[in-house]
Structures are given as C-alpha cells and as structure tokens.
Design a protein around this ligand. Structure first.
Ligand code: ADP
Length: 596
C-alpha cells in the first residue's frame, strides 16, 4: 500500500500552514501601514514642534547676543528631545548639538536638501546620515521671514531615525507577542480536533475488525460528530445483513453437508488444482482408502487412468458439460461416474465426481438375463421332444407296442423333468415372495437327516457311495427353520454329493452348534469346485459343466433354492473346495442356521 499521511498530521499541517500564511500576510500589511503611519505621525509632530519653536523664537527675540539665542534654543531642544539648528545664508548660526564655540566650524548648509526645499517656501524634509552627529537623522526645515536685505534664515529641527525605528520595533514585538500564543493555541486546538476525528476513526476500525472476525452483534452507538452518523448507521446495517447472510449460508452449508455425508452415491470434490478436497463416506464403498488420498490426484485414490483423463480434460476447460461414463473397477465391480464441472469464485475450472455403484444392478441384470435364457432353454428342449414324439404317435404310430411304449416313456420323462424345473422355479419364487419367516419355527436336525438319508440311500447304493453321519453332539439344538425347508436343503446337498462324486467314495455328514448357530457339513470326495465356479453355483440355472439338462434332470436350480431357503431363516449355505489339498478334490457344503 502507498504511504499515506495521517489525518492528524494533515489537519495540523494544513491548519497551521493556512494560519501562518494568513498571519504573515496580515503582519506584513499591518507593519507596512504601521511604518507609514508612524512616519506620518512623526512628521506631523516634528512639523508642529517646528511651528512651536518658530513662534517661541519670534516671541523671545530679538536676542542681545547670538550666544543668548544659542542658549535659548539649547534649552528648548533639550526639553523637546530634538536638535534645533538656525541657518542664515547657508551658515549655521545656532545649533543645539554643537558647542557655541564650534558653530563657526560647521559646513555650509545651503545645499542641504531640507534647507533648499524650505527656501522654496515649503517645509523641507530629508532623512540622511548626519556627519556632525554620526547617526541617521530626520530633518525638517522652515524658512523664517527675515528683514529687508537680511540673509535668508532657516529654522531646522532634527530627530534621530532610531527613535522612530525603536518605536516601530516595539510595535512589532507587541504584534509578535500576540501572534505566537495565537499560533500555539491554534495548534493545540487543531491537535485536539484531529484527535477527536482519529479517535472516531479508530472506533470505526475496531468495529469493522470485530465484524470481520465474526462478532456480528457489534454496534457503533457513539460517534464523535454528527457527520459520522451515516457511516455508523451504514456499518451497523452492514453487520446486521452479514449476520443474516452468514446464518443463511451456515444453514445451507449444514444441509449440503448432511446431503453430502448421507448420499448413497460416492462423491469426490476436487480443488482448483485437480487435487482431492473432500470425499464422502459412500465413496469408501467404491474406493476403500479414498479418505487417505485427500490432497492427492484422483488417479492415486482410484487407480484409474480413465478417470484421471476425464478430470484432466475437464480441468483444462475443454468442456463445460457434465460427462457420464461407465467405469470398470476391480473384482467385476463397475460404477457409473458423472463428472460435473463448475467454476469457483475466481472463475477457475473445478469438478465434482459422483460415483454410482452399479455392480449389484449389473449383476441382477446379468442373472435375470441368464435366467430368462436358461428357463426358455430348459423348457424348450423337453417340450420339443414331447411335441416330436406326440406328433409321431399321432401321425404315424409305430406298429410295435414296445416302440410306442418307449415313445410314451420319453414323453413322460420329459414331462417329469419339466415339472421338476417348473417346481424348482416355483419353490424359488415362493421362497423369495415369502421373505424371512418368523423365527419361532423349529426343525429337528436328526429328523431331517434321517429322512434325507433314507431317500438318498438307493442312489448312494447304486454308486456304492457310503453316507457316513458323524455322531451328533449331545443336546444338539434344533434349527430355527421350517422342517420342510431344512429337509429340502439337506436333500439337495446330499443329492448333489452323490451325483457329482465318483463311485465308491464317501460322503461325511456332521453337525455342531454354538449358542447362536447350528452348522451342518456335507463333505464329499467329488471333483471339487473351482474358485470361480464357487461364486456362481448358487445362481439360478448355473451348472458348472454347461447349462444343459443332464440325464438326471438337473437344471442348476438346487443350490439357488437351498441358499434362498437358508437366507429366509437368517442362515446361509456356502461351499469350501478343494477339501483335500493333496488331490485337489472334494467339496464341503456348509449350512448355517440360527439356533431355535
Ligand atoms: P444341478 O441341478 O446342476 O445340480 P445345483 O444348483 O444343485 O444344480 O448345482 C449347481 C452346480 O454346482 C452343478 O451343476 C455342479 O456343477 C456344481 N455342484 C453342486 N454340488 C456339487 C458337488 N458336490 N461337487 C461338485 N460340483 C457340485
């Protein structure tokens, strides 16, 4: 900021400057007039004295001796404080400042200007240095009326100039004596005035500072002069308005912050340098450690060059339109990213990134797509077969009974399979529709196992598979599930274990419980399930070896139904494979249900 002089200094300098200039002008004019007046007074006074001396000289004369006249004039000059000279025909015949004996030695005075002027008939006047007295003198001379044939006589009075000067000097000192206190007094007054102003300004500065620091209740109630009233009122009004606006802004900020924190979409706010400024909690679900990357580039938090490129082009001001795009994330996750550009208060480009996690939506879409494709496929194949055999039987039935029976058996088998598929789909839809069941249901594990083992024994026997039930722990609690539901889960898992295990192997069944959870394990010695398939076998119609129907009428619905039923009771079905690390085979299906 440029250096600005203080108001106090300016008031003092200008006030004093104007006062001094005014006083100097007045003093100069007054002293000039005073000089003139004093000179004129002195002149008038000397002229009056000249007339008086003349009159006294005429009345007192004639003198017997010239010496008497000299003495007379001497006493007169002494009482008047003036030098009196009498000049006849240019010669000095009497002089109060020169001893009588010396008078004859004086110069011829006929050429003195005052003498010359007086001879012309007027009163002669001159100011000059007196050689006789060696000082500046003012002379005034008058011609006296002499007798017939007598030389011209001139009466001359003289007074030292210093007398006048002394008088003037006294007058000047008196004037100065009045001016100096005036100056000092005015200085003090000006200083007091300027101090009042600066004190007022300081009060305003304090108030403005306090308002700036957030003390909006601060008011200016007292001010040094009426001129300050509009300013004080303006500042008070301003503080009130700021207080109101700050309230509005704070409320809005609170609302926006709550929205920001509570949004289900992940939000990343960047600063004008393209660095992360804020992230909301939802963003952590998409980019787990986003919070740790505040102040860093989006690339570091997202590890996506695609995102960084979009941000860079937005920050370069290439586009002012929002941009939306799908982005692929780790682990088959995906999100829809919307980049919203805006300008900050300095008109610099900035962006906000909004991420909507579409992984679940995509997964549901995919499952639905597969479901429709698989369901139509699952039903179309047996239906085509039924139609073909039925048409053959109607149009050209084979002659032999055995052949006709074979055709009817195929039709029947396919109808059974279709019923199984539709039944499975129905069970699944039912379990989804019913949602969670009340937890006051009780299913006995030994009962369910007993029932399921009996049903599976024929299939197991055919493949020489041993179903080995580990001794159940004593006091094993019941499961909080519907008995039919538990039976369906156990049957499906046992069915699979027998179906997918090679002949002559073993399926080991065990159960255990803690205070909350009852756990059933079905460990087979089958081929095992790859890690990738483990994630998918619980989807509808998913079959690890392709989606076709196998000879046993499997349609990839069994495990999907199991998981749905278990989840309805607050439980879960999962798989661990391989169970035998050496041979890389075997699967363990684990069913967890809440304890009743
Ligand atoms: P499916 O009707 O095909 O048996 P599931 O839903 O019961 O349908 O099983 C889905 C897929 O999981 C099966 O196609 C199979 O590939 C795999 N699977 C299920 N149980 C086992 C198991 N015990 N051992 C190996 N693979 C299994």
């Amino acid at each position: 900021m440029p250096r600005v002089q203080s108001i106090q200094m300016r008031v003092l300098m200008w006030g004093w400057g104007v006062l001094i200039a005014g006083l100097a002008l007045a003093f100069w004019q007054y002293s000039a007039t005073l000089d003139e007046e004093t000179a004129r007074d002195f002149e008038r006074d000397t002229q009056a004295k000249l007339e008086t001396v003349h009159w006294l000289l005429e009345r007192s004369g004639p003198f017997a001796e010239p010496k008497d006249r000299q003495d007379f004039l001497h006493s007169l000059g002494g009482s008047m404080g003036m030098r009196i000279s009498l000049i006849e025909g240019g010669r000095v015949v009497a002089d109060t400042s020169v001893p009588y004996a010396e008078i004859g030695k004086l110069d011829d005075h006929s050429t003195r200007p005052e003498v010359l002027a007086s001879l012309g008939g007027e009163v002669g006047q001159s100011t000059r240095h007196s050689v006789t007295l060696d000082r500046d003198m003012i002379y005034m001379a008058k011609k006296l009326s002499g007798g017939e044939g007598a030389p011209d006589t001139v009466l001359r009075l003289a007074a030292p100039v210093s007398l006048v000067r002394l008088h003037l000097q006294r007058m000047h000192w008196a004037l100065l004596a009045a001016v100096v206190p005036l100056l000092l007094g005015s200085g003090v007054l000006l200083w007091l005035l300027s101090r009042t102003i600066t004190a007022g300004i300081a009060q305003f500065t304090d108030a403005a500072q306090a308002i700036g620091d957030g003390d909006y209740r601060r008011k200016i109630l007292f001010y040094p002069a009426a001129e300050f009233q509009p300013l004080a009122e303006a500042i008070n009004r301003m503080a009130k308005k700021i207080k109101k606006n700050v309230k509005v802004i704070e409320n809005q900020r609170g609302e926006l912050w709550a929205m920001f924190e509570g949004m289900s979409e992940g939000v990343m706010v960047l600063d004008s340098g393209g660095r992360i400024l804020h992230v909301n909690p939802a963003l952590s679900a998409i980019f787990p450690r986003a919070q740790e990357f505040i102040g860093r580039a989006p690339l570091e938090a997202t590890m996506s060059l695609d995102i960084q490129n979009v941000v860079d082009s937005m920050m370069a001001g290439d586009t002012s339109e929002r941009v939306s795009r799908q982005i692929e994330l780790k682990d088959r996750h995906c999100a829809e990213m919307t980049v919203v550009p805006f300008r900050d208060h300095k008109f610099r480009p900035r962006v906000i990134l909004v991420f909507h996690d579409t992984s679940e939506q995509k997964r549901v879409e995919r499952v639905l797509r597969d479901f429709v494709a698989n369901a139509s496929h699952q039903l179309r194949t047996p239906l085509t077969s039924i139609r073909g055999y039925a048409e053959t039987l109607l149009d050209s039935p084979p002659a032999e009974d055995a052949k006709r029976r074979e055709f009817l058996e195929v039709i029947h088998a396919n109808a059974v399979h279709m019923a199984k598929v539709i039944g499975g789909m129905f069970a699944l839809a039912k379990s989804e529709r019913e949602g969670k069941r009340p937890s006051d249901l009780v299913a006995s594990v030994p009962q369910a196992l007993d029932h399921a083992l009996k049903n599976a024994s024929f299939a197991a026997h055919d493949k020489r598979i041993e179903l080995e039930v580990q001794p159940l722990p004593e006091g094993l609690p019941a499961a909080a599930a519907d008995p039919d539901g538990l039976l369906q889960i156990v049957e499906s898992i046992l069915d699979n274990a027998i179906k997918y295990s090679p002949e002559g192997t073993k399926v080991r069944i065990s159960a255990e419980a803690d205070a909350q959870t009852l756990t059933l394990r079905f460990a087979d010695q089958g081929p095992g399930i790859s890690e990738e398939n483990q994630k998918r076998i619980f989807e509808r119609f998913f079959r690890a070896d392709g989606n076709g129907v196998d000879g046993a009428g499997s349609a990839g619905l069994g495990l999907a139904i199991c998981r749905h039923i278990a989840r309805n009771y607050g439980g879960e079905v999962s798989v661990e494979s391989p169970s035998d690390a050496d041979t890389n085979t075997g699967s363990v299906f684990v069913v967890r249900l809440p304890v009743a």
